[in-house]
Design a protein around this ligand. Structure first.
Ligand SMILES: NC(=O)c1ccc[n+]([C@@H]2O[C@H](COP(=O)([O-])OP(=O)(O)OC[C@H]3O[C@@H](n4cnc5c(N)ncnc54)[C@H](O)[C@@H]3O)[C@@H](O)[C@H]2O)c1
Length: 414
């Protein structure tokens, strides 16, 4: 029976562990956080992801998955630890380094180490490999190393782990082939083999592509507000062109991928990656832009209800959320009430939270907000103003219930 040790049991590591375990591989999950290990060993999960709890529970019950804080000898290792950015927008590789440091003392001949964490170019070869070689073994000869970045979409992780195509970058070709063999246990998508640095840049550019395109949409939103036009209409008509796909504007870009990964490219080529850097700054400026608009709508000390604070809809993840940044800006001048069905402390009744509010701001388009009854809401809100930053609500319904409707990117509603 194949065995794999997965370091980092978060949004990526735990579903990956569950997929291997439910496909007949003995999995040892390792996390530095003991309470996460305890939760998993009880067959429970600490993150929100459809279908995951069921698979984890079955895998733990069948003895195919267990979690521990300790790394032991194993034939395969997968590293799925965080790779955030530092305050000065550089890749923080400290978690990858400490994961590698915990593997090398138990690394044995012919083992395979796969780095799944998104990393800056050359990290696999220049950071990971030298640490693993402290074992006295030589990479590519005595053991194998590959970088296999993850592309899954939270909310659809289980399906995408199985069906997405993967890019596998080997330290050597044999390393990549070994990694492909391992993933073929559950992956049904195509697996393309390349070198580790190409795989690293490939992952970074996938997210950079999206970030740059969102920046373009955000710039368009500001242009339209200045010209008295509706950016959402411009986008929808422009996208009728067979080769155009302008993205959606919004209050900013969050998450640990799009808001982070482009900086890794900037770090690798600071004088050249100008469009990438400007796009990051454009998207980072959106919470401040939205806050300025709010200042034009309601006076200081008003009560503002913010609907949604995660970094994207229908997930419980607040990392790098632009709405959290917006809230931080607003807090000093306004009374801010947050409602988010995915976050325990903010899972409140919308109508109660909106009592005597002056402004309701849609920050995140969670599916739960589709069922808001604006007739009921308009009865509890004092100054009936709704600011939709996502083009999510039916303008007609909102207006019919007596609200003033303001849409980000629509110069007609300002
Ligand atoms: N979440 C996503 O949607 C997504 C998608 C694609 C790529 N990625 C990348 O995958 C990587 C992991 O992201 P995530 O969202 O799963 O992070 P996460 O924060 O959800 O989980 C990481 C886990 O690693 C643990 N950890 C930290 N240091 C450790 C160590 N030395 N040994 C063992 N465990 C350790 C943490 O306690 C945590 O539980 C990141 O590089 C991220 O950029 C994430």
């Amino acid at each position: 029976m194949k065995e794999v040790t997965i370091l980092g049991l978060g949004y990526i590591g735990l579903p990956t562990a569950a997929m291997f375990a439910s496909h007949g591989t003995k999995v040892r999950g390792v996390d530095v956080n003991e309470s996460i290990c305890n939760t998993i060993n009880e067959g429970k999960i600490h993150i929100e992801e459809p279908y995951l709890e069921q698979i984890v529970k079955q895998s733990v019950l069948s003895g195919m998955l267990n979690a521990s804080t300790k790394v032991e000898e194993c034939e395969n290792y997968i590293i799925a630890v965080p790779t955030p950015i530092t305050k000065d927008k550089k890749a923080d590789l400290s978690y990858v380094i400490s994961a590698a440091e915990s593997i090398f003392p138990v690394l044995k001949k012919d083992s395979l180490v796969i780095l799944e964490s998104t990393v800056s170019p050359k990290c696999t070869d220049q950071v990971l490999v030298p640490i693993l070689e402290k074992s006295g073994l030589e990479a590519g000869k005595d053991f194998y190393v590959a970088h296999c970045p993850e592309r899954v979409l939270p909310g659809q992780i289980i399906h995408e782990l199985e069906h997405n195509n993967r890019i596998i970058g080997g330290f050597t070709e044999e390393s990549a082939i070994r990694a492909r063999e391992l993933y073929s246990i559950f992956v049904k998508g195509e697996m393309y083999i390349t070198d580790s640095i190409t795989a690293e840049l490939c992952k970074l550019m996938e997210n950079t592509y999206r970030d740059v395109n969102i920046a373009l949409a955000n710039e368009l939103a500001v242009i339209c507000e200045n010209l008295g036009l509706n950016a959402w209409e411009v986008v929808s008509y422009a996208n009728k062109h067979p080769r155009v796909n302008i993205h959606q504007p919004g209050p900013g870009v969050g998450g640990h991928c799009l808001a982070v990964d482009p900086w890794f490219v900037v770090e690798a080529a600071p004088m050249i990656a100008r469009i990438i850097q400007l796009s990051r700054k454009t998207n980072d400026s959106m919470p401040e832009y939205v806050a300025k608009k709010i200042a034009d709508i309601v006076p200081e000390e008003s009560k503002i209800v913010i609907l949604g604070c995660t970094y994207k809809p229908n997930v419980d993840d607040m990392r790098e959320s632009p709405i959290i940044e917006l809230i931080d800006i607003l807090k000093s001048k306004y009374e801010v009430e947050i409602v988010d069905p995915f976050i325990e402390q903010y899972n409140k009744n919308i109508y109660e939270a909106s009592n005597n509010a002056d402004l309701v701001v849609l920050g995140v388009n969670h599916r739960h907000f589709k069922t808001i009854n604006f007739d009921v809401l308009s009865k509890v809100v004092d100054r009936k103003i709704l600011f939709d930053t996502r083009n999510f609500f039916s303008r007609e319904k909102v207006i019919e219930s007596g609200f003033r409707y303001i849409l980000l990117g629509d110069g007609n509603t300002i």
